[in-house]
Design a protein around this ligand. Structure first.
Ligand SMILES: C[S@@+](CC[C@H](N)C(=O)[O-])C[C@H]1O[C@@H](n2cnc3c(N)ncnc32)[C@H](O)[C@@H]1O
Length: 218
Protein backbone atom coordinates (compact mmCIF):
# COMPACT_ATOMS: atom_id res chain seq x y z
CA UNK A 1 0.00 0.00 0.00
CA UNK A 2 3.07 2.25 -0.19
CA UNK A 3 2.97 2.99 3.54
CA UNK A 4 6.28 1.40 4.54
CA UNK A 5 8.37 4.37 3.37
CA UNK A 6 6.35 7.07 5.17
CA UNK A 7 6.26 5.01 8.38
CA UNK A 8 10.04 4.47 8.31
CA UNK A 9 10.43 8.22 7.77
CA UNK A 10 8.23 8.86 10.78
CA UNK A 11 10.37 6.54 12.93
CA UNK A 12 13.58 8.19 11.70
CA UNK A 13 12.13 11.64 12.51
CA UNK A 14 11.27 10.44 16.04
CA UNK A 15 14.94 9.49 16.60
CA UNK A 16 16.45 12.64 15.06
CA UNK A 17 17.70 14.11 18.36
CA UNK A 18 20.02 11.06 18.60
CA UNK A 19 21.67 11.51 15.21
CA UNK A 20 25.11 12.24 16.67
CA UNK A 21 25.06 9.08 18.80
CA UNK A 22 25.39 5.41 17.95
CA UNK A 23 22.09 4.10 16.62
CA UNK A 24 21.27 0.40 16.22
CA UNK A 25 19.26 -0.74 13.19
CA UNK A 26 18.14 -4.16 14.43
CA UNK A 27 17.21 -6.62 11.67
CA UNK A 28 18.76 -4.21 9.18
CA UNK A 29 18.56 -6.71 6.29
CA UNK A 30 19.39 -4.98 3.00
CA UNK A 31 19.81 -1.65 4.80
CA UNK A 32 16.69 0.26 3.75
CA UNK A 33 16.24 1.95 7.15
CA UNK A 34 19.98 2.45 7.62
CA UNK A 35 20.11 4.27 4.29
CA UNK A 36 17.27 6.53 5.40
CA UNK A 37 19.06 7.25 8.68
CA UNK A 38 22.28 8.17 6.85
CA UNK A 39 20.39 10.36 4.36
CA UNK A 40 18.86 12.19 7.35
CA UNK A 41 22.17 13.09 8.92
CA UNK A 42 22.63 10.19 11.36
CA UNK A 43 26.36 9.68 11.76
CA UNK A 44 26.98 6.24 13.23
CA UNK A 45 24.81 3.27 12.38
CA UNK A 46 25.43 -0.18 13.74
CA UNK A 47 23.37 -2.60 11.69
CA UNK A 48 22.57 -5.98 13.18
CA UNK A 49 21.21 -8.95 11.27
CA UNK A 50 21.69 -12.75 11.34
CA UNK A 51 22.18 -12.72 7.56
CA UNK A 52 25.78 -12.03 6.57
CA UNK A 53 24.66 -12.00 2.94
CA UNK A 54 22.19 -9.15 3.45
CA UNK A 55 24.70 -7.18 5.53
CA UNK A 56 27.39 -7.56 2.83
CA UNK A 57 24.93 -6.29 0.25
CA UNK A 58 24.01 -3.30 2.43
CA UNK A 59 27.64 -2.49 3.26
CA UNK A 60 28.58 -2.50 -0.43
CA UNK A 61 26.02 0.27 -0.96
CA UNK A 62 26.18 2.29 2.23
CA UNK A 63 29.91 2.64 2.90
CA UNK A 64 31.97 3.24 5.99
CA UNK A 65 29.33 4.86 8.26
CA UNK A 66 27.32 1.64 8.11
CA UNK A 67 28.84 -0.82 10.59
CA UNK A 68 27.47 -4.33 10.08
CA UNK A 69 27.29 -6.82 12.96
CA UNK A 70 26.12 -10.40 12.50
CA UNK A 71 23.88 -11.32 15.43
CA UNK A 72 20.37 -11.53 16.80
CA UNK A 73 18.27 -9.06 18.78
CA UNK A 74 17.83 -11.56 21.62
CA UNK A 75 21.54 -11.46 22.49
CA UNK A 76 23.14 -8.14 21.51
CA UNK A 77 26.94 -8.05 21.46
CA UNK A 78 27.09 -4.53 22.99
CA UNK A 79 27.92 -3.05 26.39
CA UNK A 80 25.08 -1.67 28.56
CA UNK A 81 23.90 1.88 27.73
CA UNK A 82 26.32 2.31 24.82
CA UNK A 83 23.68 3.39 22.27
CA UNK A 84 21.54 6.50 21.90
CA UNK A 85 18.69 4.79 20.07
CA UNK A 86 17.39 1.63 18.42
CA UNK A 87 15.25 1.32 15.30
CA UNK A 88 13.76 -1.92 14.07
CA UNK A 89 11.62 -1.98 10.92
CA UNK A 90 9.59 -5.03 9.86
CA UNK A 91 11.92 -7.24 11.88
CA UNK A 92 10.67 -7.42 15.47
CA UNK A 93 7.98 -9.87 14.39
CA UNK A 94 10.75 -12.24 13.21
CA UNK A 95 12.60 -12.60 16.53
CA UNK A 96 12.36 -15.89 18.41
CA UNK A 97 11.91 -14.16 21.79
CA UNK A 98 10.17 -10.82 21.97
CA UNK A 99 10.85 -10.48 25.71
CA UNK A 100 14.58 -11.08 25.39
CA UNK A 101 14.84 -8.74 22.39
CA UNK A 102 13.05 -5.86 24.15
CA UNK A 103 15.11 -6.41 27.31
CA UNK A 104 18.26 -6.31 25.19
CA UNK A 105 17.19 -3.08 23.46
CA UNK A 106 16.63 -1.60 26.92
CA UNK A 107 19.97 -2.84 28.25
CA UNK A 108 22.08 -1.32 25.44
CA UNK A 109 20.21 2.02 25.21
CA UNK A 110 21.26 4.79 27.59
CA UNK A 111 18.63 6.42 29.83
CA UNK A 112 17.07 9.24 27.80
CA UNK A 113 17.56 7.26 24.57
CA UNK A 114 14.75 6.03 22.33
CA UNK A 115 13.31 3.04 20.51
CA UNK A 116 11.31 3.13 17.26
CA UNK A 117 9.53 0.01 16.03
CA UNK A 118 7.80 -0.12 12.63
CA UNK A 119 5.94 -3.29 11.75
CA UNK A 120 2.82 -5.00 10.59
CA UNK A 121 0.21 -4.65 13.33
CA UNK A 122 -2.43 -6.91 14.83
CA UNK A 123 -5.47 -4.87 15.91
CA UNK A 124 -6.84 -5.44 19.41
CA UNK A 125 -10.44 -5.42 18.21
CA UNK A 126 -11.52 -8.88 16.99
CA UNK A 127 -13.40 -7.40 14.03
CA UNK A 128 -10.46 -5.40 12.63
CA UNK A 129 -8.08 -8.27 13.49
CA UNK A 130 -10.12 -10.66 11.31
CA UNK A 131 -10.19 -8.13 8.48
CA UNK A 132 -6.44 -7.49 8.58
CA UNK A 133 -5.81 -11.24 9.04
CA UNK A 134 -7.79 -11.88 5.85
CA UNK A 135 -5.80 -9.22 4.00
CA UNK A 136 -2.41 -10.57 5.20
CA UNK A 137 -3.25 -14.24 4.58
CA UNK A 138 -5.23 -14.02 1.35
CA UNK A 139 -5.08 -10.68 -0.45
CA UNK A 140 -1.54 -9.47 0.15
CA UNK A 141 0.24 -12.63 -1.11
CA UNK A 142 -1.77 -12.40 -4.35
CA UNK A 143 -1.08 -8.67 -4.80
CA UNK A 144 2.59 -9.27 -3.98
CA UNK A 145 2.88 -12.10 -6.48
CA UNK A 146 1.56 -9.82 -9.23
CA UNK A 147 3.92 -7.06 -8.14
CA UNK A 148 7.07 -9.26 -8.06
CA UNK A 149 6.18 -11.38 -11.08
CA UNK A 150 9.33 -12.59 -12.82
CA UNK A 151 11.71 -10.94 -10.31
CA UNK A 152 12.03 -14.01 -8.05
CA UNK A 153 10.77 -17.58 -7.93
CA UNK A 154 7.95 -18.51 -5.55
CA UNK A 155 6.32 -15.94 -3.32
CA UNK A 156 8.50 -14.87 -0.37
CA UNK A 157 5.67 -12.66 0.92
CA UNK A 158 3.88 -15.81 2.12
CA UNK A 159 6.45 -15.97 4.93
CA UNK A 160 4.58 -13.07 6.55
CA UNK A 161 1.56 -15.30 7.28
CA UNK A 162 3.07 -17.46 10.10
CA UNK A 163 4.82 -14.46 11.64
CA UNK A 164 1.55 -12.49 11.60
CA UNK A 165 -0.23 -15.40 13.30
CA UNK A 166 2.20 -15.46 16.21
CA UNK A 167 2.25 -11.68 16.55
CA UNK A 168 1.01 -10.08 19.80
CA UNK A 169 -1.83 -7.59 19.43
CA UNK A 170 -0.84 -3.93 19.17
CA UNK A 171 -1.93 -3.20 22.74
CA UNK A 172 -0.08 -6.23 24.13
CA UNK A 173 3.11 -5.27 22.32
CA UNK A 174 2.83 -1.68 23.52
CA UNK A 175 2.52 -2.98 27.12
CA UNK A 176 5.57 -5.22 26.67
CA UNK A 177 7.63 -2.29 25.36
CA UNK A 178 6.51 -0.14 28.31
CA UNK A 179 7.52 -2.86 30.76
CA UNK A 180 10.98 -3.44 29.24
CA UNK A 181 11.97 -0.07 27.82
CA UNK A 182 9.85 2.85 29.00
CA UNK A 183 6.80 4.97 28.06
CA UNK A 184 5.54 4.05 24.62
CA UNK A 185 3.25 5.81 22.15
CA UNK A 186 1.46 3.55 19.69
CA UNK A 187 0.51 5.02 16.30
CA UNK A 188 -1.73 2.81 14.13
CA UNK A 189 -2.30 3.05 10.40
CA UNK A 190 -4.32 1.07 7.86
CA UNK A 191 -6.95 0.04 10.48
CA UNK A 192 -4.20 -1.08 12.87
CA UNK A 193 -2.55 -3.33 10.27
CA UNK A 194 0.59 -1.18 10.36
CA UNK A 195 2.08 0.28 13.51
CA UNK A 196 4.82 2.55 14.77
CA UNK A 197 5.84 2.34 18.43
CA UNK A 198 7.79 5.33 19.75
CA UNK A 199 9.32 4.68 23.18
CA UNK A 200 11.61 6.66 25.47
CA UNK A 201 14.16 4.92 27.65
CA UNK A 202 13.29 5.56 31.26
CA UNK A 203 13.82 3.45 34.34
CA UNK A 204 11.29 0.64 34.53
CA UNK A 205 10.59 -1.93 37.23
CA UNK A 206 12.59 -4.50 35.30
CA UNK A 207 15.73 -2.36 35.78
CA UNK A 208 15.38 -2.71 39.55
CA UNK A 209 14.31 -6.37 39.46
CA UNK A 210 15.76 -7.87 36.28
CA UNK A 211 14.32 -11.23 35.24
CA UNK A 212 16.98 -13.87 34.81
CA UNK A 213 16.86 -16.28 31.82
CA UNK A 214 15.45 -18.98 34.12
CA UNK A 215 12.47 -16.72 34.82
CA UNK A 216 13.25 -15.56 38.38
CA UNK A 217 13.69 -11.95 39.46
CA UNK A 218 16.70 -10.56 41.30
C1 LIG B 1 11.51 -8.28 6.59
S1 LIG B 1 13.21 -8.08 6.87
C2 LIG B 1 13.32 -6.35 7.22
C3 LIG B 1 14.64 -5.77 6.84
C4 LIG B 1 14.80 -4.26 7.04
N1 LIG B 1 14.70 -3.86 8.43
C5 LIG B 1 13.80 -3.50 6.22
O1 LIG B 1 12.99 -2.78 6.81
O2 LIG B 1 13.82 -3.63 5.00
C6 LIG B 1 13.45 -8.84 8.46
C7 LIG B 1 14.91 -8.93 8.87
O3 LIG B 1 14.98 -9.40 10.21
C8 LIG B 1 16.12 -10.23 10.30
N2 LIG B 1 15.98 -11.09 11.50
C9 LIG B 1 15.40 -12.30 11.62
N3 LIG B 1 15.51 -12.77 12.87
C10 LIG B 1 16.17 -11.82 13.58
C11 LIG B 1 16.62 -11.72 14.94
N4 LIG B 1 16.36 -12.68 15.82
N5 LIG B 1 17.30 -10.62 15.31
C12 LIG B 1 17.55 -9.62 14.42
N6 LIG B 1 17.17 -9.66 13.12
C13 LIG B 1 16.48 -10.75 12.71
C14 LIG B 1 16.12 -11.00 8.99
O4 LIG B 1 17.39 -11.57 8.70
C15 LIG B 1 15.71 -9.91 8.01
O5 LIG B 1 16.82 -9.26 7.46
Amino acid sequence: MGLAGPLRRRAVAFLRSHRREWVLDSGAGPGVSSRMLLENGFENIVALDPSIRLLRFARSRLGQWFCPVVGVAENLPFRPSCLGAVITCFSLRDVMSLDHSLDEFARVTRRGGALAVVDIGKPDSGFWRSLIGFYVSHLMPVLARVWIRGKTSGNPFRMIIPTWKKLKTNGQLSDLIERSFGPCALKSFFLGGLVVFEADRFSVWKDAFPVRPGGTAG
